[in-house]
Design a protein around this ligand. Structure first.
Ligand code: XBP
Ligand code: MG
Length: 331
């Protein structure tokens, strides 16, 4: 059964007028931080256990791990740590395979953690995926984590085969450059045979947003404790999570959230508004240059009087992050 967030009356009041542009055909989900809060209690814990088993005295605290999330990808994150905190090890002749071995160990530990059921899906994720499937919207994945990590998360949280849920899976080392490069999104679009403006991405972080937008895909952000203070200029909308009927999402920035949670009607509305803005302003798409992303954001704010935030500095919206921190009591 698909859980819907709005009553039929709400839904008919929100039905957008006929629109002649490209309809929304696919939703592309990020994994880490978006489908589930995998970083703090999942990947970080697995890295630390792997360090111990590898005979290393390293420990990635919550705060240090937040810093290291500046790069996506586990192997890349280990290398960043080496550069900053243990540069002597970088001179090993076998450094690449040393990192790969450590990362493989970590990946196995991560899968065990996830399969043990310790990482649930974020609010609204299963609900929205079910609704998209029922409506025939195509669904794909664009992530920097490994296919095995994704498989563990899906196996633990869905009663379906991963490949029956997601038509295309862009993961791990399937592309040369990880996020924030556009490669994984470009690869997914190519596999699906879709143009970026026919899709909508759901991401949780600045590197994810940058990747999707550089590929021309309009993007919704669901923030988490690690990403709440990041700059999301150019996102269609920024919300706390996708929400559930009994646990509404908080709207934080950008195009307004019309109901208690993000559902297909809401995604279609945001997608249509994006295409109308692009068409009205004769903006190139894709990719959209950064200054125009900012213009989209400012335009969204003008149309979102209820949730208007005060811009501070050049396109940064510090008030949003502070409010959100207060709301959710992040440490
Ligand atoms: C997610 C990541 C990943 C995980 C671990 O980024 O950065 O690297 O932390 O991945 P995004 P590994 O959500 O933007 O795709 O499996 O490579 O260790
Ligand atoms: Mg992510």
């Amino acid at each position: 059964m698909t859980l819907n967030c709005q009553t039929e009356r709400d839904r008919s009041e929100r039905t957008p007028p006929a629109f002649s542009g490209t309809p929304l055909q696919a939703v592309i989900f990020d994994v880490d931080g978006t489908l589930a809060e995998t970083e703090l209690a999942g990947h970080r814990v697995a890295f630390n256990r792997a360090f111990h088993q590898y005979g290393l005295d390293w420990y990635w605290s919550r705060e240090l791990y937040g810093e290291l999330l500046a790069v996506t990808g586990g192997k890349e994150r280990i290398r960043l740590y080496l550069e900053r905190y243990a540069p002597a090890l970088l001179s090993r002749v076998d450094i690449d395979s040393w990192i790969a071995g450590l990362h493989q160990l970590k990946s196995g530990i991560y899968s065990e953690l996830v399969l043990a059921g310790s990482i649930p899906l974020r609010p609204g994720v299963a609900r929205l995926i079910n609704e998209l499937r029922a409506a025939g919207i195509r669904i794909a994945i664009a992530t920097t984590t490994t296919p095995s990590a994704l498989l563990s998360l899906i196996t633990a949280n869905f009663k379906r085969e991963m490949t029956s849920l997601f038509e295309v899976i862009g993961a791990g080392d399937s592309v040369a450059n990880k996020k924030p490069a556009p490669d994984v999104y470009a690869w997914v679009l190519q596999q699906m045979g879709l143009s970026p403006e026919a899709c909508l991405a759901i991401e949780d972080s600045f590197p994810g947003l940058a990747s999707a937008r550089a590929a021309g895909v309009p993007t919704l952000i669901t923030v988490n404790s690690y990403s709440a203070l990041q700059n999301f200029d150019g996102a269609l909308s920024v919300v706390s999570d996708l929400g559930e009927p009994n646990a509404p999402a908080h709207h934080l920035d950008g195009l307004p959230l019309d109901g208690p949670c993000v559902d297909l009607a809401q995604l279609r509305t945001w997608h249509r508004q994006y295409l109308e803005y692009i068409a009205a302003n004769a903006l190139p798409s894709p990719p959209t240059p950064l200054r125009e992303l900012l213009a989209i954001r400012l335009c969204c704010q003008k149309t979102a009087a209820k949730s208007l935030v005060i811009p501070q500095g050049e396109g940064r919206f510090a008030s949003r992050s502070r409010d959100f921190q207060t709301t959710l009591n992040f440490s």
